[in-house]
Design a protein around this ligand. Structure first.
Ligand SMILES: [Zn+2]
Length: 418
C-alpha cells in the first residue's frame, strides 16, 4: 500500500520540533527587551510598507497560495521532514483543519488514504503513535482523532478502537487526577486536555476516568491568573488553553478564578503588534492567535453562564481587528503557508494555528448571536472553528452523534483499576 509520504519542505522552510509541539516551551534566557524592540521595528516596517502601498480595505488572505501549500503537503514530504517522523498524525490534523477553515473539500481518495494511514498508527494497546509501529502517545492520539472527525465518514469513525482507547486512557491516569502523556512519560495539563477531548468526541468519557482531573487542573492556575504545565509552574498560553478547554469538557470551569484568568489572557495581546505572546515578557507569535485568543470564547461562555451583565453580545474581549491585521500582514508567507512572525519560515503548525486564530477573531458566537467581524475583503472570511476541539463545529456535532449510537465500552475491572 502506498503510504502518504509527508511533504515537502522548500529549502527555506524550517522544521519544528512538534512533539514538544504545541506548547513551544523554549526555556532559553535571552535579553528580552532588545529582541522585543527589534520585533516591533520589523512589524512597524511591515505596517508602514502596507500603508504606503494599499488602501485599508485591501487586507487579503492569500487563499489560493495557502491551499496549494497545504494540498502539496498532504501528498508528499521531503526528507527534511524526517525529524517529524513521530508527529505524522499532527501533520494530518494541521493540514486537514487548515483546509476545512479555507472551505476546501478533501477529495474522497485522499480522505480514505489518511484513514488507512491513521489506522496503521493505532497501537494494539489503544491510542495512536506518531507513526506506524510507534508507541502510543496522547498528543498524536488527539491529533489522529481530530483528523478522523474532520474527515467524518463511516470509514474514519470506524478506525477508532474505542474500547482499546478507553483502556489506554486508564493506563495513563494517575491517582491525583492527572494523566501521563504516554506510559513512562511526563505529566502535564496537555494530557488532561487530549484525554478529555478524545473521550468526549468518541463517547467514552466516564466520571471514573476523570475523577480528580478537574481539581488537579485548577491547581495549575497560578498567581498570574493563567495556567502552567503542572501546579506551581509559570502561566503559558498553550497550557492555559488545554486546562480551560478540558474544564469546559468536564463542565468544571467554575473551579478556576475566571476574573484573574481573563486579566492574564487579555494582557497577552501585544499593544503594538496586535498578535499574542505565549507568556509574560515573550515575543509575539502567530500560533498564540489560537492558544490565547481561543480562550476568550471559552471565558465568554463561562462568564455568561454566571449571568455577568457586562458581557458584550457582539464581540469577544480582545481586539479582534488588531489580531486579524497582525495575521494578514505579518504572518502570511508570499509563497503560501503562515508563520510565527516576519522573518520566520512557514510551517504547517503555524499555518493551522494562525488560520484557527483568524477564524476565532472573525466569528463571534453562534446561531442567533453570530456576528462576523472581518478585516479586509469579504473573501477573507474563514469557516468557523469550535473553540474547544478546534475542528469545525458541525464536525464535532457529527462525531458526537455518531458515537452516541454506541454504549460506553465496559472494561474488565483489572483494566479500569490499572
Ligand atoms: Zn509559534
Amino acid at each position: 500500500m502506498q503510504v502518504p509520504v509527508w511533504p515537502l519542505l522548500t529549502p527555506e522552510d524550517r522544521v519544528w520540533d512538534v512533539q514538544s509541539l504545541f506548547l513551544e516551551l523554549t526555556i532559553v534566557f535571552i535579553p528580552i527587551f532588545p529582541v522585543k524592540s527589534k520585533v516591533e521595528d520589523i512589524v512597524q516596517e511591515v505596517y508602514d510598507a502596507y500603508k504606503t502601498n494599499h488602501h485599508s480595505s485591501q487586507y487579503v488572505l492569500q487563499r489560493e497560495k495557502h491551499f496549494h501549500y497545504l494540498k502539496r503537503g498532504l501528498r508528499q514530504l521531503t526528507e527534511a521532514y524526517e525529524c517529524l517522523d513521530a508527529s505524522r498524525p499532527w501533520l494530518c490534523y494541521w493540514i486537514l483543519h487548515s483546509l476545512e477553515l479555507l472551505d476546501e473539500p478533501i477529495p474522497e481518495s485522499v480522505a480514505s488514504d489518511v484513514c488507512q494511514f491513521l489506522r496503521r498508527c493505532q497501537s494494539p494497546q489503544g491510542g495512536f503513535g506518531g507513526g506506524p509501529g510507534q508507541h502510543p502517545h496522547l498528543a498524536p492520539t488527539y491529533a489522529a482523532v481530530n483528523a478522523l472527525c474532520i474527515i467524518g465518514t463511516e470509514e474514519a469513525f470506524g478506525v477508532i478502537d474505542r474500547k482499546k482507547l478507553l483502556e489506554y486512557l486508564y493506563s495513563l491516569k494517575q491517582p491525583d487526577g492527572s494523566f501521563l502523556m504516554h506510559v513512562g512519560g511526563e505529566v502535564d495539563v496537555r494530557s488532561a486536555y487530549c484525554a478529555a477531548s478524545v473521550a468526549s468526541l468518541t463517547n467514552i468519557l466516564t466520571p471514573a476516568l476523570f475523577a480528580g482531573t478537574a481539581e488537579w487542573i485548577a491547581r495549575c492556575q497560578n498567581w498570574e491568573g493563567g495556567i502552567g504545565g503542572v501546579p506551581g509552574m509559570e502561566a503559558h498560553g498553550g497550557y492555559t488553553f488545554c486546562g480551560v478547554a478540558a474544564l469546559v469538557i468536564l463542565k468544571q470551569e467554575h473551579l478556576l478564578n475566571l476574573r484573574s484568568l481573563l486579566h492574564w489572557v487579555t494582557g497577552r495581546q501585544m499593544r503594538f503588534e496586535g498578535g499574542f505572546q505565549g507568556r509574560c515578557n515573550k515575543l509575539v507569535d502567530g500560533c498564540y492567535s489560537f492558544w490565547q485568543a481561543g480562550l476568550l470564547p471559552l471565558l465568554h461562555r463561562a462568564l455568561h453562564a454566571r449571568g455577568d451583565p457586562a458581557l458584550s453580545m457582539a464581540h469577544w474581549m480582545f481586539d479582534q481587528l488588531a489580531l486579524q491585521e497582525y495575521i494578514l500582514l505579518c504572518c502570511q508567507c508570499p509563497a503560501g503557508g503562515l508563520l510565527d512572525k516576519p522573518g520566520k519560515s512557514r510551517d504547517f503548525y503555524h499555518t493551522c494555528y494562525c488560520l484557527s486564530g483568524l477564524a476565532i477573531a472573525q466569528h463571534f458566537g453562534s446561531g442567533d448571536l453570530h456576528n462576523e467581524v472581518v478585516l479586509g475583503i469579504p473573501e477573507n472570511c474563514l469557516q468557523a472553528t469550535h473553540p474547544v476541539y478546534n475542528i469545525a463545529p458541525e464536525k464535532v456535532a457529527r462525531a458526537v452523534m455518531h458515537f452516541l449510537q454506541y454504549p460506553v465500552p465496559s472494561l474488565d475491572p483489572a483494566s479500569a483499576a490499572k
